[in-house]
Structure formats: structure tokens, C-alpha cells
Design a protein around this ligand. Structure first.
Ligand code: DGY
Length: 305
């Protein structure tokens, strides 16, 4: 923020909360730059509210909250914060994967409610992570960081991605390519790392969930709308899959009906990048992007032409 104050007149939404639509529309008026959060829907209406807008700097790597096409049409630069949140998000993926596989949160609930009476050989058995098969959907920065961690657990690592890596890269990352349904059939854990686009929205639906093993788990730290949540709730209740570790949801912060009633899910409130270090780096990068664009750009992290 100091960086912004050094170069710009800043109107800051000081409270740590989502600003209302009216606050966004009024706040953007007369400004050249907007530093937006993923909770701000930046569409034509926002751009209409301020024809002087030159740059939208998103405080996130994902930018599905912004109508990038509309921004491009109007010559507004859009930037994001890739790279700096890769490790935090990959760590969170692993936190959810380990939690759901080894029933940590569920065990915590059992313990707090006095449900643990004694150690027993068959009590609360989970799935062994070491040596199992991980399927990664979307092998960008975060997907690769998840794969890197998986190697430490001696996992077989399958991936499905829009573009296939070269043989050398596959060897380097220790990953094997699979068509989507092959990956779903083979993996013990399926972890999503694709962006939310018209092509990926709803990519994990009824058919995909029933292709997964009944002993498999779904992990989502990418975007909620990659998964058809209704179908997920059904798959969980009908034991078509063993469980899910979720950080993101179709309609945040609302949870789909039936999700929180299930013991087979761990539900984090979109914490993928939520470490003090990462959020600090994201803030610096978003501020720098905004300044670079206002100075004529292009910044290193412009998304559009
Ligand atoms: C992102 O950056 O896209 C995360 O979801 C929020 O930090």
C-alpha cells in the first residue's frame, strides 16, 4: 500500500470485508486504476461507471471475476498476481488432501464430542497417502507445485491438462499424461488446478464423479465452479466417492445444500493463498502492476492485449 501512496491518490476500502456493489460503482468513479479483489465483479457496468479507467489490477492469480474481453474492447489493461501464491496454494491442497485422507477434522469433531472411548484396531481408518495415485487436472504452476510435493510421498502422479508437456518435461516433473476419464478411473486423489473458463466450468459433474473410484477423494483449491456441487453432494451421499477436500465453492460464501451435513468433506473457507507472507507478496505485486500500467505499461503481469 505504501507503494501506491507514493505514486497515487488512493481511495482505500479500509475494512477487511467485501465492498458492496454500490460502493464499488461509486468508488471507481473518476479513478484511473482499480485494485480489485476476487469478490468484486468487474463488468461492463463498473467500466461504464468510469470511462477514465485505464487499469484493473486483480489481487489474485484467478481473474474470473473480471470481464477481460470487455476490458480489452475498451483498452483497459487487466493484471493478476501469478507465482507468488503458488506454494501457499499447493500447501493448502496438501493440507486438505491429508486431512480428508486421514480424517483429521472428522477425528477432531469426534474427540470434542466425547466420541473417542479407546484406541481400537479398526477405529477411524483412513486412506494411506504414501504410494497412492494422484491425478492432477491442470498442470500449471500450482499443479506442478502439488506434483513436486507428491514425489515426496512416492506417489504415482497422473495429469490431465489442456496442453501436454514434452516427454522431457514429463520426466522432469515425474508425471504421466492421461485423458480425463482415464485419470478419473485410476486416481486415488483427484486434485483440480485449472482456471475457471467457459471450457472448464462444470468439468467435474455427475459422469466424471461416477468415473472416479468409490475409494477416491476429490480436492479443489482452484475455483468452485469447476465442480457441479449438486452432483458432488449426491456422489458423496451415495458413496460414489470416498470424500472431498474443498477450499472453493460455486457461490461463495454459500455452501451447496447438503455439503456441510456430510462427514466425508473438509470445508475450508477459500484459504489457498491465506498466509501472511503470500498475501503481503500479492499486495506488493498488485500495487506494482497498477503503477506500471499507469506509467504506460505493459506491466509484467498484464493478462490482455
Ligand atoms: C487467487 O489468487 O485466485 C485465489 O483464489 C485467491 O487468492
Amino acid at each position: 500500500m505504501n507503494l501506491l501512496y507514493r505514486y497515487c491518490d488512493v481511495q482505500l476500502a479500509v475494512e477487511d470485508r467485501v465492498i458492496t456493489r454500490t460502493e464499488l460503482l461509486e468508488g471507481v468513479r473518476g479513478k484511473q486504476g482499480l485494485l480489485s479483489m476476487i469478490t468484486d465483479r468487474v463488468d461492463a457496468e463498473v467500466m461504464d461507471a468510469n470511462p477514465q479507467l485505464k487499469v484493473i489490477s486483480n489481487y489474485a492469480v484467478g481473474y474470473d471475476n473480471i470481464d477481460v474481453e470487455e476490458a480489452s474492447r475498451r483498452g483497459i489493461a487487466v493484471t493478476n498476481t501469478p507465482g507468488v501464491l503458488t506454494d501457499a496454494t499447493a500447501d493448502m491442497t496438501w493440507a486438505l488432501l491429508m486431512d480428508i485422507a486421514r480424517r483429521v477434522t472428522e477425528g477432531d469433531r469426534v474427540n470434542r464430542s466425547g466420541g473417542w472411548r479407546e484406541w481400537a484396531p479398526m477405529f477411524m481408518l483412513g486412506k494411506e497417502v504414501t504410494g497412492s495415485t494422484l491425478g492432477i487436472i491442470g498442470l500449471g504452476r500450482i499443479g506442478k507445485a502439488v506434483a513436486k510435493r507428491a514425489r515426496g510421498f512416492n506417489m504415482q502422479i497422473l495429469y490431465h491438462s489442456r496442453t501436454r508437456l514434452s516427454r522431457e518435461e514429463e520426466k522432469q516433473w515425474g508425471v504421466e499424461y492421461r485423458e480425463l476419464h482415464e485419470l478419473l478411473r485410476e486416481a486415488d486423489f483427484v486434485s483440480l488446478h485449472a482456471p475457471s473458463t467457459p471450457e472448464t466450468r462444470g468439468m467435474i459433474g455427475r459422469k466424471e464423479l461416477s468415473a472416479m473410484k468409490s475409494s477416491a477423494y476429490l480436492i479443489n483449491t482452484a475455483r468452485g465452479d469447476l465442480v457441479d456441487e449438486k452432483a458432488l453432494v449426491k456422489a458423496l451421499s451415495q458413496e460414489e466417492i470416498a470424500g472431498a477436500g474443498l477450499d472453493v465453492y460455486e457461490k461463495e460464501p454459500r455452501l451447496a445444500e447438503g455439503l456441510k451435513e456430510s462427514d466425508r468433506v473438509v470445508l475450508a473457507p477459500h484459504l489457498g493463498s491465506a498466509t501472511r507472507e503470500t498475501r503481503g507478496r500479492m499486495a506488493e505485486m498488485a500495487a506494482q502492476n497498477l503503477i506500471d500500467e499507469l506509467r504506460g505499461g505493459p506491466s509484467d503481469y498484464r493478462i490482455n492485449d
